[in-house]
Design a protein around this ligand. Structure first.
Ligand code: PLP
Length: 397
């Protein structure tokens, strides 16, 4: 008996040789929005691309296999996958979300809750006391981002899953920051995994997409029904590109992590940096859990720079190999100032409660040469400290 293929093999070979018409190695792209009926009253497997599409299904099958799920729904964006998740809730149900989640997720939950779709509470999910208070209300659903965006807080998925099961609560994990290469939440007890496939899964910053992977057939069917009903399913061309992207996911993640780890270590020692958020650092509060539940620490590094806004501005403007842009997980390195960019929809008060300050900088470490990236960061830190010194000198005149 042959042993099951390694996920790297599954990712490379997903849907290869599935073309029975011409024997194409790479699966063809099916753009057609509709399909003929075989004859009156007799449908083929596909009839309309919002409900089902062969290219999108190939990606869904691959993502489900990589996450160890029973089925997956490919959506038009990460936000579409989060919107889909909210349709598992009834009015009056409680949703527990992280207080430092992606700003768009925060905005979606806050505004749907204000319209009465469900109730929401945002808590620090690394705080056992806060979890106890939230679970005393028997929530219907808890969403976890681990590592969280942008502070890379780590939540113990297996422990939370035990708690959730006791309370009849569905556990959903946004796995965007690590991808199934570095973390498989379903194996740790999650019921649902979500992705912004815009990020590492596609990996080339040319698709906006999402996915929801369910641990059970029943949940997968419910989610697929709602995705079709609401019209949230992803486009075939985007699915084609993402399927191509995941073939290199394993090697990309390895390199993202190697460079991010070196950058985090250097930032950690640097006089212009007051705090580094990277789960690979031994002093990160979630380091021990991350070592157990993750297969690596990922390619995202956040840090607080000394010198406030003047330092942030000088740093991002001095960088040459990091683009100042939203998003993450592409081959190219990016720098972002979460309070004014990805987390701008979140109120100043909520940002302060989550610990997201004005000096926070988030790096998505790409696949450029590691030394080039490091040198770039060191020069930009020098520029930042110079700008701060100049400001304090001119301020004292
Ligand atoms: N989840 C996380 C962790 C994210 O960082 C993002 C976007 O940055 C999303 C979800 C939303 O994904 P999208 O931008 O593809 O809608």
């Amino acid at each position: 008996m042959t042993s099951p293929a390694d996920p790297a093999t599954l990712a490379v070979r997903a849907a290869l040789e599935s073309d029975s018409q011409h024997g194409a190695v790479v699966p063809p792209l099916h753009l057609s929005s509709n399909y003929t009926f075989e004859r009156f009253g007799v449908k083929r497997r596909y009839d309309y691309s919002r409900s089902g599409n062969p290219t999108r299904d190939s990606l869904a099958d691959a993502l489900s296999a990589l996450e160890g799920g029973a089925g997956a729904v490919v959506t038009a964006s990460g936000m579409a996958s989060l919107t889909l998740l909210t349709h598992l809730l009834q009015p009056g149900d409680l949703l527990v979300a992280p207080h430092d989640c992606y700003g768009g997720t925060y905005r979606l939950f806050e505004h749907l809750a204000a319209k009465g779709h469900f109730e929401v509470c945002f808590i620090d999910q690394t705080d056992p006391a806060a979890l106890d208070v939230a679970f005393a209300r028997d929530p219907a659903l808890i969403l976890v981002e681990t590592p969280s965006n942008p502070l890379l807080r780590i939540v113990d998925i297996a422990a939370l899953s035990r708690l959730a099961k006791k309370h009849g609560t569905l556990l959903a994990v946004d796995n965007t920051f690590l991808s199934p290469v570095l973390q498989q939440p379903i194996g740790l007890g999650a019921d649902i995994v979500l992705h912004s496939t815009t990020k590492y899964l596609n990996g080339h910053s040319d698709v906006v997409g999402g996915a929801v992977i369910a641990a059970s057939n029943e949940l997968a069917e419910t989610l697929a029904w709602w995705a079709n009903c609401l019209g949230l399913t992803g486009a075939p061309f985007d699915s084609y590109l993402t399927l191509r992207g995941i073939r290199t996911l394993h090697v990309r993640m390895r390199q993202h992590e190697e460079s991010a780890n070196r950058i985090a270590q250097v930032l950690h020692q640097h006089a212009s940096v007051s705090r580094v958020y990277y789960p690979g650092l031994a002093d990160h509060p979630g380091h021990e859990i991350a070592k157990i539940q993750q297969r690596g620490f990922g390619g995202m590094v956040s840090f607080d720079i000394k010198g406030g806004e003047a330092a942030v501005r000088a740093f991002v403007e001095a960088l040459r190999h990091f683009s100042l842009a939203e998003s993450l997980g592409g081959v190219e390195s990016l720098v972002c100032h979460p309070p004014s960019m990805t987390h701008a929809p979140v109120s100043r008060k909520a940002l302060a409660e989550a610990g997201i300050g004005e000096s926070l900088i988030r790096l998505s470490v790409g696949l450029e040469d590691t030394d080039d990236l490091l040198n770039d960061i060191l020069l930009a830190l020098d520029a930042a400290s110079h700008a701060v010194t100049l400001r304090s000198v001119s301020g004292s005149c």
